[in-house]
Write a protein that binds this ligand. Structure first.
Ligand SMILES: O=S(=O)(CCO)c1ccc(-c2ccc(C3CCCC3)c([C@@H]3C[C@@H]3c3ccccn3)c2)cc1
Length: 238
């Protein structure tokens, strides 16, 4: 594993997020707040220092793509502007490895909040499925706020959000009955998207919750459709 000062935290947080995502939405603590076909979005209403920091967990099933493809397009900075509509600027501050980056993002102003930026490491990895041998490997992409000497400290300008986000994907293959080749019609990708965003500065709770309710379903729907469109007619990446 690369000898980078962030590596121990990247390893710990990524595996913690994997376990957190795999807990699903048990326990009755999760409130279903949006549904669209296979996509179900849950939240918990929590406040930190009077700020709404509502953990979010979404589950979704997408046909025709693999978890490797889904997490690849989520991780790749090159395509982020294709699907992230609230992004204004993005800069890769450091390439720690081909699967690990430090990214600074400036998001568009979302009324009534003032403009925000986010500084985080981003990591993607394949995790062998330790419970079910003949299942496909699990893929996880994880974004977690960090410090970085190259990021402006924003005195009095931009408010910096703190976030921890993960996208965990499990691919299933239903092989064709006639023993023919596996095509995209035989693929199903089960997704769990988790996010905790601390807005970093005052936003009226009711307004912020309205932003969450509007933006998260739009974001996950748009992102997953983007991946389906990109993968259509392309060779399958397992
Ligand atoms: O999954 S990611 O890593 C994808 C890479 O971009 C990610 C997701 C979400 C955010 C994010 C950052 C700021 C804000 C708010 C906080 C106060 C004012 C702006 C929000 C609010 C929740 C709403 C929102 C939800 C989804 C998409 C955009 N907007 C979300 C950042 C990164």
């Amino acid at each position: 594993a690369p000898a980078h000062p962030l590596w121990p935290e990247i390893e710990r947080v990524t595996l913690e997020q994997l376990q957190y995502a795999r807990l699903g939405v048990e326990g009755g603590v999760w409130q279903l707040f949006a549904e669209d076909g296979e996509m179900k979005m849950y939240k918990r209403e929590e406040e930190v220092d009077g700020l709404a920091v509502d953990p979010l967990k979404a589950v979704h099933t997408v046909k025709g793509v693999t978890g490797r493809e889904m997490t690849h397009y989520f991780f790749s900075p090159d395509v982020r502007f294709e699907w992230e509509t609230t992004l204004e600027q993005m800069k890769v501050l450091e390439t720690i490895a081909d699967d690990t980056l430090v990214i600074l993002q400036i998001h568009k102003r979302v009324w009534p909040a003032s403009q925000r930026d986010a500084l985080f490491w981003s990591h993607v990895r394949r995790v062998p499925n330790d419970t079910d041998r003949d299942a496909q490997d699990i893929w996880i992409a994880c974004n977690h706020s960090t410090e970085h000497h190259e990021a402006p400290s924003n005195e009095g300008k931009m408010v910096r959000v703190a976030l921890t986000v993960c996208l965990v994907c499990q691919t299933s293959i239903e092989p064709p009955a006639d023993g023919g080749p596996v095509t995209r019609d035989h693929l199903t990708c089960k997704i769990t998207y988790c996010s905790v965003v601390n807005p970093g500065g005052w936003v009226p709770t009711s307004a912020l919750r309205a932003v969450y309710k509007r933006e998260y379903p739009k974001f996950l729907k748009r992102f997953t459709q983007y991946v389906k469109d990109r993968c259509d007619k392309q060779p399958i990446l397992f």
